[in-house]
Design a protein around this ligand. Structure first.
Ligand code: ADP
Ligand code: MG
Length: 342
């Protein structure tokens, strides 16, 4: 077998607006614009960006819960748009999701054991003995005692419920897990435990992860690569370490500067990110970030910058920091930091 497990090509999703139903020119919500990436088996890709930038829409497109306006999703080289019903069912079996709020995504009337074995029982009948053995095994995998199988979600802590959500996602031995804001509702200490659990599971089971978070600081230690999104587009796609060591896109730099610094002795950079995220209905022309960008030049308000490869392999969409020349852009030529704003 060769080629990536998952390949996303120029994926675009526009939603119609309510106002558009009555007008001739239909305004659309540009939720996802021209997004491309690949994921190999066992890899982690983190997708980060402020709320509303299109992260969950990408997850829905990958699951084919919504159809793309343009572009395609290839799984092992096959376009999921062409999958027949049973093939789609098989794909959804290989791709599982973990959500932010396990309480609302778990049936409150079922016990933990029933919740985590239900996905398997949708495909095959289990005897009581098999069901209990499976539940015990899955609970152990996520660091919980098998006795918990008799509990209801309401009798569990937030961290335990999230472990339960992960156990349920593992039940069908997926190739890919999409974790959409999976730790965002948890206390920082519990967050770290769940992140460690996810990383351990990935190493043991070779699962590919798509880890979605609005909080860049959460992904620092878990990702192979990070895709930073702004208003539906990827603006920087980089190996994780390189991104945190030296962000190139001014938006990435601003996000890192604005993130809380866990070590109080480390100086906190001035946060240069001001203003609101513009509306995806009528996004700014050119680079959508230009109205908030301290480096913006005239061209930024005219042309959409393409994602350009840098010498270290990352991709950056910025006329100033990564001008398209046909040659990989040189990191060494970057200025040390953004000028302070405000
Ligand atoms: P994120 O997960 O990054 O917060 P989403 O993918 O949920 O962002 O949303 C991206 C944009 O698309 C937002 O402006 C959101 O309001 C809009 N959107 C998402 N789903 C729908 C939908 N079903 N109908 C209309 N607009 C939607
Ligand atoms: Mg979301």
């Amino acid at each position: 077998m060769s080629g990536p497990l998952l390949k996303v090509e120029n994926l675009t999703k526009h939603y119609p607006t309510a106002a558009g139903l009555l007008k001739k020119t239909v305004p659309v919500i540009r939720a996802v614009e021209d997004v491309s990436f690949t994921i190999e088996a066992g890899q982690t890709l983190c997708i980060v960006g402020e709320s509303g930038c299109g992260k969950s829409t990408i997850a829905r497109l990958l699951m084919r819960l919504v159809d793309p306006t343009a572009g395609r999703v290839l799984i092992d080289g096959t376009d999921i748009a062409g999958l027949k019903k049973h093939e789609l069912r098989a794909w959804r079996r290989r791709m599982q999701m973990v959500f932010q709020d396990p309480f609302s995504s778990l049936n409150p009337r079922l016990t933990a054991g029933q919740i985590i074995t239900e996905p398997v029982e949708n495909f095959e009948r289990l005897t009581r003995k098999q069901r209990e053995a499976l539940a015990a095994d899955l609970l152990r995998k996520v660091g919980m005692s098998p006795e918990m199988m008799h509990r209801l979600p309401s009798e569990m802590s937030g961290g335990q419920r999230q472990r339960l959500g992960i156990a349920r996602a593992l039940a069908l031995e997926p190739a890919v897990i999409i974790a959409d804001e999976a730790v965002s509702a948890l206390d920082v200490s519990v967050q770290a435990q769940i992140l460690n659990l996810l990383m351990d599971l990935q190493q043991q089971m070779g699962i590919a992860f798509i880890f979605i978070s609005h909080d860049l600081s959460v992904v620092e230690h878990i990702g192979d690569r990070v895709a930073v999104m702004y208003l539906g587009r990827i603006v920087e796609l980089s190996p994780c370490e390189a991104l945190f060591a030296k962000p190139v896109h001014p938006y990435t730099e601003a996000l890192i500067a604005a993130a809380p610094v866990p070590d109080p002795t480390r100086a906190r950079l001035q946060a240069p990110l001001e203003g609101e995220v513009p509306s995806p209905i009528d996004p700014p022309r050119g680079c959508a970030f230009h109205p908030r960008c301290p480096l913006a030049v005239e061209r930024c308000s005219v042309d959409v910058p393409p994602l350009v490869p840098m010498a270290d392999g990352r991709l950056v969409a910025c006329h100033v920091r990564a001008p398209a020349t046909g040659e990989p852009a040189q990191l060494a030529l970057l200025p040390e930091s953004l000028p302070a704003v405000g």
